[in-house]
Design a protein around this ligand. Structure first.
Ligand SMILES: [Zn+2]
Length: 263
């Protein structure tokens, strides 16, 4: 299994890094796509015995607090890591702490242009703003090597949106939110996503899944998630699709490799 989206450089889990990786390997998670969200994470080198694909980017939640030189800094980091993706980038409808529209979109556009210029796939966040995201990426879709929509949570009906229908380079990743008995639209979406484009993720240390094993108890009310919970996500999606979990684990790992091969 490959965890298609997590945050290995997140400051909340730096003190328990070794355990994070060891438990992932014990759970059969052989590798991950490790995204970043803020410039402070971009220069942290990760040295671990795990198959890590790095992704560097400014998350939409950071759009209002980026330093003036952030774009040049990001370009320099990407040039230093020729195999890295651009992510996690996008637009967000959850935290409306600053200008959710124009500012987020400007930061996203800058990073999409960088990804096009350097020929890098992108990892995209569009929580509660999926249609805004589709319109924002449309002008770049044919020039990007590949696109991963992470933590998909939109209505199944949106799969027929013209931007997605015409795109031959879009992959989708389902998070542990699918394990919640309160999940409304996600189970139907997870069952309907094209099987050859489906990936699985934990979004660790966030998105702790119902029934999962906590890495450590966080300072807040929610325990920190870990990639060792990926088999739980896999089992839930496999049940929704009516296929054995082992088969889905192999298919999604193969899909992740196909996505990464677009680099
Ligand atoms: Zn994330």
């Amino acid at each position: 299994m490959i965890d298609a989206h997590l945050h290995l450089r997140d400051r909340r889990i730096r003190s328990c890094h070794a355990r994070f990786v060891r438990e992932a390997l014990e759970a059969g998670v052989t590798g991950c796509i490790a995204c970043t969200a803020v410039p402070e994470e971009w220069d942290i080198e990760v040295d671990c015995s795990w198959d890590v694909t790095d992704a560097f980017g400014a998350h939409p939640w950071a759009a209002g607090v980026l330093p003036p030189d952030w774009a040049e800094h990001l370009r320099e980091v990407l040039l230093r890591h020729p195999g890295a993706l651009v992510g996690e980038i996008g637009v967000d409808g959850i935290r409306r702490v600053h200008d959710c529209g124009a500012l987020q979109r400007a930061v996203l556009t800058r990073q999409l242009e960088l990804a096009v210029a350097l020929g890098r796939p992108v990892v995209l966040h569009g929580a509660r703003a999926w249609v805004h995201l589709f319109h924002a990426i449309e002008p770049y879709l044919k020039r990007l090597p590949a696109v991963l929509l992470h933590g998909v949570s939109f209505s199944r009906d949106l799969l027929t949106h013209p931007v997605l229908r015409s795109a031959d380079r879009v992959w989708y990743s389902v998070s542990g939110a699918v394990c919640s008995p309160d999940a409304k639209t996600l189970p139907a979406l997870a069952a309907a996503l094209p099987l050859d484009r489906l990936l699985l993720e934990t979004d660790s240390p966030d998105m702790f899944p119902v029934g999962g094993d906590p890495l450590v108890l966080g300072s807040g009310v929610s325990p920190y998630n870990s990639p060792a919970n990926l088999p739980r996500v896999c089992a839930t999606v496999a049940r929704l699709r009516g296929i054995p979990a082992q088969e889905l684990a192999e298919i999604t790992a193969s899909n992740a490799r196909a996505f990464l091969a677009r680099r």
